[in-house]
Write a protein that binds this ligand. Structure first.
Ligand code: CA
Length: 233
């Protein structure tokens, strides 16, 4: 497992590197955004620890560019922010970071977050085997079948439209990731979409009716006020 650390303050970069290497992660570092993009291309890291405030190309721009490239491995991005209030900005811009950590953080917290991302990374590989699964849901992309676990004994096959199926598959591939409407549109319609982005809300409403025990108080597809949606299970 390769971790790329993008941090312009050498002491912090060194601390992160030592912490992760002690836990047997293989690490490389970059002290600015352009170097980071070159390393991402060459090494295809599994996880990128990305400082928000960088000289030249900042963390948000690096995140955007990484997400726009079609790498064989879609890296998991842990964004580092100096102040709590910057998190709102990071999430608000919805650049596709998977998690956030506010400085100063403890080495233990950092390791826990990276581990959590790598667990997701394994899930992501399963998805490449055309099946993705969370606690209550399972989607087989080859067979185009979505099922919901009702209890330990039984499950039901969900009756979804293609769009609802793709929406659920997107959510299942990235649990807890916050999606803006625009990002969901890109994922579901690609560049062919012309219209009001609130059409996403309509499909979310329909999906909730089919998968939520109580669609009025969703437990799986959560609204993130002012941003969009995320899937929790
Ligand atoms: Ca910095």
């Amino acid at each position: 497992m390769e971790v790329l650390i993008v941090e312009d303050e050498p002491e912090i970069a060194q601390l992160i590197r030592q912490t992760l290497e002690k836990e047997n992660f293989s690490c490389c570092t970059a002290d600015n955004g352009f170097k980071a993009l070159t390393i991402v291309q060459q090494k295809q890291p599994d996880v990128i620890i990305l400082d928000l405030m960088l000289p030249g190309l900042d963390g948000l721009e690096v995140c955007n560019r990484v997400r726009q490239q079609a790498y064989s491995k879609d890296p998991y991005i842990l964004m580092l922010t100096a102040r709590g209030e910057e998190i709102d900005r990071v999430i608000g811009l919805s650049t596709g970071a998977d998690d956030y950590l506010v400085k100063p953080f403890s080495p233990r917290e950092l390791v826990a977050r990276v581990r959590a991302l790598l667990r997701r990374s394994l899930r992501h590989e399963r998805q490449n085997n055309q099946v993705c699964q969370t606690k209550h849901f399972s989607i087989d992309l080859d067979q185009h079948v979505a099922t919901r676990q009702l209890d330990s004994q039984s499950s039901e096959t969900l009756d979804l439209t293609t769009l609802e199926f793709n929406l659920l598959a997107t959510f299942l591939s990235y649990p807890n990731r916050v999606w803006s409407r625009t990002q969901l549109i890109d994922k579901l319609w690609g560049n062919d979409f012309f219209g009001d982005e609130r059409v996403v809300d309509t499909h979310i409403r329909r999906l909730r009716k089919k998968i939520e025990p109580d669609a009025a108080n969703p437990t799986f597809v959560k609204t993130v006020v002012g941003v969009g949606y995320k899937f929790e299970d």
